[in-house]
Design a protein around this ligand. Structure first.
Ligand SMILES: *Cc1c(COP(=O)(O)O)cnc(C)c1O
Length: 379
C-alpha cells in the first residue's frame, strides 16, 4: 500500500528525483523587482518595496495595518510585547506547534501554558481552553489569575496549523470574557479563511512568516497585522529601533529592536504576493487530488474543517498507529519522497518540560499518527 502512495505522489509531481516537502516557486516578477531594487541601491532598511508590501498584504487580509519584520518569530515577539506581556506573565498556547510560538513567549520572560488542540482543526480547542480557564483561574480586577501560580494570564496564542483554520471565533469570545489578549499565529495560514474572514483578523493581532518553506517567501521575513492604529504604530516603532523621527538626530525613546524587513526581501515578496491566489488555487487542487486518492485507502486525509477555506499549506494523513507512522516515514523517505512527522510537542522539549499543561489527549494522539506529505505547488 505504501508503494501505491509513493507511486501516486511521483505521478503527480512527474519527478524521478527527490520530491521535497515544500519548495518555493519563482515564476513571476521576482527577478525584475530584485534587479530594480539593486539598481536603486536601496536594498536595506529603507525603500519602497517595504511600504508597497505592507499596503498590499493588509489589503489582501482585510486588515487596516501591516508591519513587515525580519521573520515570523520577531513578529511574534513584538506582538507579545505590545500586548503588554511582561516578565512572569503567562500566555496560553498549543503544545502542537512549531517552537517559535513558545520561544517568543520566553523572550518576554513570560511562561507558556499548553492547551490541547481539536482533532479536526489541529488548532487550539475552544472547549479545552474554556475548561482550563474555568477550573484553574479566578477573574479578579479585570485580570485572569492562574490559581496554581498566582500569575496573570495575559495573552492567548493559537496557531492555524498547516494552514487549517482553528475555531478562532469561539476562542475570541472566551478571551474577551477573561480579558485575555488574542494573538493569532498565522505563520502557516496566509490565504486561509474562517467563516469568510481571513485568519489572523479575529484577534487583536495576527502574525505571518515568509520563511522559505511557507506559501510565499521573502527568503526570510514576517509581518504583524492589526486593525488597531495604536498597536500598529507601536509595532513599527519597536521593530525600527524605537527611533524618534527627526531629520538628522539619532534619538531612541525605549529599548527597540532591529526587526525591520530589508527592502531586498520585500522586493521578492511583492512579486510572490502577486502569485498568491494562483498558489492557493493550485494547492487546493493538489489537496483535492490527495483527498480523492486517499478515499480508497485505510488512511485518513485531512480535509479542511467546517466553515473554512484552507490554503492547504501542508497536506497530511493520519495513520493508524505510531509504528505504522514510523514505517511510512521510513519507506517514503528512503524512496526519495520527503514526508515528515509533526514537531516534538512543546511540553516535551527540555526548556518547556516544566510548563503547566491542560489535558493534551488529542495533541498526543495526533503526534503519534500525523505525517505531512509533499505539498509544493505544481505548476
Ligand atoms: C514558520 C513558523 C513561525 C516562525 O517563522 P520564522 O519566519 O521562521 O521565524 C512561527 N510559527 C509557526 C507556526 C511557523 O510555522
Amino acid at each position: 500500500m505504501f508503494e501505491d502512495i509513493i507511486h501516486f505522489i511521483r505521478s503527480m509531481y512527474g519527478e524521478d528525483s527527490i520530491i521535497p516537502l515544500h519548495a518555493p516557486y519563482f515564476f513571476g516578477n521576482e527577478k525584475k523587482y530584485l534587479n530594480e531594487c539593486i539598481d536603486s541601491t536601496f536594498v536595506s532598511s529603507i525603500g519602497g518595496y517595504v511600504d508597497e508590501f505592507e499596503e498590499r498584504i493588509a489589503h489582501y487580509i482585510g486588515s487596516k495595518y501591516a508591519v513587515a519584520t525580519t521573520n515570523g518569530t520577531s513578529a511574534l515577539h513584538i506582538s507579545l510585547l505590545i500586548a503588554n506581556v511582561e516578565e512572569n506573565d503567562e500566555v496560553i498556547t498549543q503544545s502542537f506547534t512549531f517552537v517559535a510560538t513558545s520561544n517568543a513567549i520566553s523572550y518576554c520572560g513570560a511562561r507558556p501554558i499548553f492547551i490541547d488542540v481539536d482533532r479536526d482543526t489541529l488548532g487550539l480547542s475552544p472547549v479545552a481552553l474554556r475548561v482550563f480557564l474555568e477550573t484553574n483561574t479566578t477573574f479578579k480586577n479585570n485580570k485572569c489569575i492562574n490559581n496554581v501560580t498566582g500569575r496573570v494570564i495575559k495573552a492567548c496564542l493559537p496557531m492555524h496549523t498547516y494552514g487549517q483554520p482553528c475555531r478562532v471565533d469561539e476562542i475570541r469570545d472566551i478571551c474577551f470574557k477573561y480579558n485575555i489578549f488574542l494573538i493569532e499565529d498565522c505563520a502557516e495560514s496566509l490565504g486561509s479563511f474562517y467563516k469568510n474572514q481571513h485568519t489572523g483578523t479575529f484577534g487583536k493581532i495576527g502574525i505571518m512568516s515568509f520563511n522559505g518553506n511557507k506559501i510565499i517567501t521573502s527568503g526570510g521575513g514576517g509581518c504583524i497585522f492589526t486593525d488597531d492604529e495604536e498597536l500598529a504604530k507601536k509595532a513599527k516603532h519597536l521593530t525600527t529601533t524605537s527611533k524618534v523621527p527627526h531629520k538628522w538626530e539619532y534619538t531612541h525613546d525605549m529599548t527597540g529592536y532591529n526587526y525591520r524587513m530589508p527592502n531586498l526581501n520585500a522586493a521578492l515578496l511583492v512579486a510572490q504576493l502577486e502569485n498568491l491566489d494562483n498558489f492557493v488555487l493550485k494547492k487546493r487542487k493538489l489537496a483535492l487530488a490527495y483527498s480523492d486518492f486517499f478515499i480508497n485507502t485505510p488512511y485518513a486525509f485531512m480535509n479542511e474543517p467546517e466553515n473554512s477555506k484552507s490554503n492547504y499549506w501542508l497536506n497530511l494523513i493520519i495513520l493508524g498507529s505510531k509504528s505504522q507512522r514510523d514505517l511510512f516515514l521510513n519507506k517514503t523517505n528512503i524512496n526519495g519522497v520527503m514526508t515528515r512527522p509533526i514537531w516534538t510537542l512543546m511540553h516535551k522539549l527540555s526548556m518547556f518540560k516544566d510548563s503547566q499543561c491542560g489535558t493534551l489527549t488529542n495533541s498526543e494522539w495526533l503526534a503519534q499518527r500525523v505525517v505531512c506529505l509533499p505539498s509544493s505547488v505544481i505548476i
